[in-house]
Design a binder for this molecule. Structure first.
Ligand code: PMP
Length: 405
């Protein structure tokens, strides 16, 4: 076998856990991925050997911690083929990254401007833009989706115009797994002079995006979706935009000079990195990307696709089960419901069987409204899941159905 999943699983100590007396089957990877020893060791080593504040100390520990943190920035830069390391802003995650951009555009929009957002966004890629529209009077318009959970691109091309200033879309939908045609969206947006922010939170564990080739203006990810820790992430921004946008927060680290008359701001990336950052998290983020790259994104994609196909065909054998999100181009995410059963009840029974899935609206209520459902059960697979775990899930769902109907 090309992809040695049994060996890979030994990197993840948590996968040996029992939950409710059963072996854990972790299928909530779209919410947060698990952490391999290679990343846990970096976190432990940081606090055992390196812990110090960065960018400001002359002492050895501070310099070593600074070097490790800046090395992580370079790893992120290389991973996403970003032209300049100062175009990588380290944030607390996707939500922080998006809010930073939304806040920065406040002074550049007015009531004659339009913002386009896709119908399948996570709340973190909806609410900050609504708040921006409230501040500026700009109008939010929605790129619709179809029953398969794909964007209706003809409508997108009709909606975009000279009035469009910003376009927001996720690379991959967290609730449906749909891979969106972001290349087409970016090209058409640039033709009318609109900037594009792509939320890459759900793409990052599956797709190694080349941000220069995409020519995207902003791209955001969270480390905890790619085997890294929580509370750290990336905002990529083209140098042009990062220079143009004002700082998001004021404080230490982000200044050049402070007097009570006037403060000047630090150069990129520090202009957007006020305060002591998540130093350990940033270093571990770099280690997490190293780990994923050591497995290889092409091999990960092939294996996860096999898991997706097998799980889809086995689940569809269950009468009354409906999958939401049937796009041809999708990642290893299956959102489903069983007729007459609330998703929460299925999730609760699966948990009793040691199976971790997500239930609810997945922070994407407009998608649930579109399908007229309260939520779904979402099983999201990672490269460390096995075909046997798919079987355990399918048996669990059958059992839940028998108990609940
Ligand atoms: N966008 C998408 C598509 C997501 O899946 C998530 C996390 N569920 C977020 C944004 C928000 O990420 P975070 O909570 O790490 O800021």
């Amino acid at each position: 076998m090309r992809f040695n999943v049994e060996r890979i699983r030994t990197d993840f100590p948590i996968l040996n856990r029992e939950v409710n007396g059963k072996s854990l089957v972790y299928l909530d990877n779209a919410a947060t991925s698990q952490t391999p020893n290679q990343v846990i060791d970096v976190i432990v080593d940081y606090y055992r050997r390196l812990n110090a504040n960065i960018h400001r100390g002359v002492h050895t520990l501070s310099q070593e911690a600074t070097d490790a943190y800046e090395e992580a920035r370079i790893k992120i830069q290389k991973h996403f083929n970003i032209a300049k390391s100062h175009e990588v802003i380290l944030t607390s995650g996707t939500t922080h990254s998006i809010n930073l951009v939304a806040s920065g555009f406040s002074s550049y929009l007015s009531k004659d401007d339009e913002i386009l957002v896709s119908a399948m966004e996570h709340h973190s890629n909806i609410v900050p833009w609504q708040m921006l529209c409230e501040r500026t009077g700009a109008v939010l318009k929605v790129i619709p989706m179809n029953q398969n959970g794909e964007l209706v691109m003809e409508d997108f091309h009709k909606l975009i115009s000279e009035r469009t200033k910003l376009v927001f879309c996720n690379h991959v939908s967290n609730a449906l797994g749909t891979i969106n045609p972001i290349e087409e969206i970016i090209k058409a947006s640039h033709k009318v002079g609109a900037a594009v922010l792509v939320d890459g939170a759900q793409a990052a564990p599956h797709i190694k995006a080349d941000l220069q080739a995409l020519d995207v203006d902003f791209y955001t990810i969270s480390a905890h979706k790619v085997c890294g820790p929580t509370g750290v992430g990336m905002l990529y921004g083209k140098e042009f935009w990062l220079k143009k946008l004002p700082p998001y927060q004021g404080g230490g680290e982000m200044i050049a000079e402070v007097t009570f008359d006037k403060t000047t701001y630090a150069d990129l990336p520090h202009k957007f990195e006020a305060g002591t950052p998540n130093i350990c998290g940033g270093i571990a983020f770099g280690a997490a990307l190293d780990y994923m790259n050591s497995l290889g994104f092409d091999d990960i994609a092939v294996y996860e696709h096999e898991l997706l196909e097998y799980a889809t065909s086995e689940l569809l054998k269950i009468e009354g089960l409906k999958i939401y999100g049937t796009a041809k181009n999708k990642t290893s995410v299956i959102s489903f419901n069983i007729e007459h059963i609330h998703p929460y009840d299925i999730g609760t029974i699966l948990d009793k069987l040691g199976i971790a899935v997500r239930t609810g609206h997945h922070c994407a209520q407009p998608i649930m409204d579109f399908y007229k459902i309260p939520g779904t059960v979402r099983a999201s697979f990672s490269f460390y899941n096995t075909m046997e775990e798919v079987d355990v899930l399918v048996e669990g769902v059958k059992r839940a159905k028998n108990m609940l109907l």
